[in-house]
Design a protein around this ligand. Structure first.
Ligand code: LLP
Length: 425
């Protein structure tokens, strides 16, 4: 993250606030979010792709402040449930700038989308077509897109690859089901097909898969024109833009991606004699991931055989990503300086299973001890949004740091919160 700096006492500062101070004031575990960095990342997207719609993928991290920031920075929003949609609209986000996704939209998802006037609904299966048309009612007309599987394998882990057949999302380009869905939508007077969508995967660090996807999508748009005489005005290439979780790791370079998307789009549309559609992208992780840091307090240090276990006061309930995707992080000691030799340690959580590992084989000072603070950088995306109530530990708060001040955005989940839904019957 660009904004981290050292404070006078050797600790780490984000947004002009010492992380140790945040831990002291708000307790641990805690997620710290650098507002300036979120805004800057939004702006980078707007500047790199001024002709496109940039839709922030709310599933990465959502709270009222985040909704305001992305709105103020000129982004749209991608949601995939009535809950995300309502939270965004209640926080003041204009519904017409929101796109609804989902491979299994519930009646409440669709009802809420239509009632609030969502900008686009992305159709993911044939059965949705008639359902949406019926729900629109005789007076209305809903803008929709079709999610296409362009047959591209990309992404940081099997569980987050969505560009090929054999996974649940989208309609196949190669077996004709995407084209078939398009025909059915075009015959529905209650639906207005504005364009095609694809999302090939997540944590992709290379430009090439996006260019291949783009060419194939333009090819499909040309086929739609040929067989239906319809030129679709929009093309949404989804998100998935990868970030570096550890120093030295590659990230998708937006300043490379943007001009290459532009030139590939121009070329392939020219070759197909098609007008250039309006482009959209849906970054989630790349907007908020590097702007977040998770802070933990060390509770126990144990030497077992060759391994040093450093156990902290959070774990898989606030960060399930290592367990789910074998995600790797670079935790570091903060709040005091240490001259002790570094040794290899495994940072584990407090939950009651052996898989509760935050980071294995990391270098930490040999004198790391209970009471120390551990910071896990790049914790802004898919941490809180995927946090659970496991072991009734309670989800951490979110603290925004900006221009030297820290403020609470989301409070800590309390035991009372966790018990509230248990009505005891
Ligand atoms: N658009 C659609 C339709 C998506 O399904 C997603 C993510 C995005 C955009 C945003 O992707 P991003 O730019 O954030 O990679 N929980 C996993 C990531 C799952 C992504 C799901 N869909 C993780 O923690 O790595």
């Amino acid at each position: 993250p660009a904004s981290t700096a050292r404070t006078a006492h050797g600790g780490l500062a984000v947004g002009g606030v010492g992380l140790a101070e945040v831990a002291e004031r708000f307790g641990t575990p805690v997620y710290v979010l650098d507002e300036g960095e979120v805004r800057e990342r939004c702006r980078n997207y707007r500047e790199a792709l001024p002709e496109a719609d940039v839709l922030y993928a709310a599933k990465a991290f959502l709270c009222r402040a985040m909704v305001r920031w992305v709105h103020e920075e000129g982004l749209g929003l991608d949601v995939c449930s009535a809950g995300e949609l309502e939270s965004a609209v209640m926080a003041g986000f204009p519904p017409e700038r929101i796109v609804l996704h989902g491979n299994a939209k519930s009646p409440r998802d669709l009802g809420t989308a239509l009632r609030l006037g969502v900008g686009r609904i992305v159709i993911d299966s044939p059965s949705e077509i008639a359902r949406i048309a019926a729900a629109v009612g005789p007076e209305g007309r809903q803008k929709v897109m079709v999610r296409v599987v362009p047959g591209i394998s990309a992404g940081g882990h099997d569980k987050i690859r969505t560009g090929t057949e054999g996974q649940k999302f989208g309609l196949s380009l190669t077996d004709g089901s995407a084209l078939h869905a398009v025909a059915r939508i075009l015959s529905q007077p209650r639906l207005e097909l504005t364009g095609l969508h694809c999302h090939i995967g997540s944590q992709i660090t290379e430009v090439k898969p996006y260019l291949t996807a783009l060419r194939r999508m333009v090819g499909l748009m040309a086929r739609i024109r040929d067989s239906h005489g319809r030129i679709l005005p929009e093309l949404d290439l989804g998100g998935g833009h990868g970030i570096a979780y550890r120093p030295g790791e590659p990230a998708l370079d937006l300043t490379t991606l943007a001009p290459r998307l532009r030139s590939t789009l121009t070329e392939s549309c020219a070759a197909a004699r098609m007008p250039v559609p309006r482009l959209a992208v849906e970054p989630g992780r790349a907007v908020v991931g590097p702007a977040g840091v998770a802070l933990y307090r060390v509770l126990a240090v144990k030497h077992t055989g060759d391994t040093v276990f450093v156990a902290v006061d959070g774990g898989m309930s606030d960060n399930p990503r290592p367990a789910l995707y074998e995600a790797r992080y670079a935790p570091r000691l903060i709040g005091r300086s240490s001259t002790a030799a570094r040794r290899t340690a495994t940072v584990v959580g407090r939950h009651c299973e052996a898989g509760d590992v935050l980071a294995a084989g990391v270098e930490l000072p040999g004198d790391t001890r209970p009471g120390d603070l551990i910071a896990v950088p790049v914790a802004g995306a898919y941490h809180l949004s995927m946090a659970s109530g496991y072991n009734m530990v309670g989800r951490p708060p979110v603290v925004a740091v900006h221009e030297g001040t820290a403020r609470l955005l989301v409070r800590r989940e309390t035991p009372e919160d966790l018990r509230r839904r248990d009505i005891g019957a």
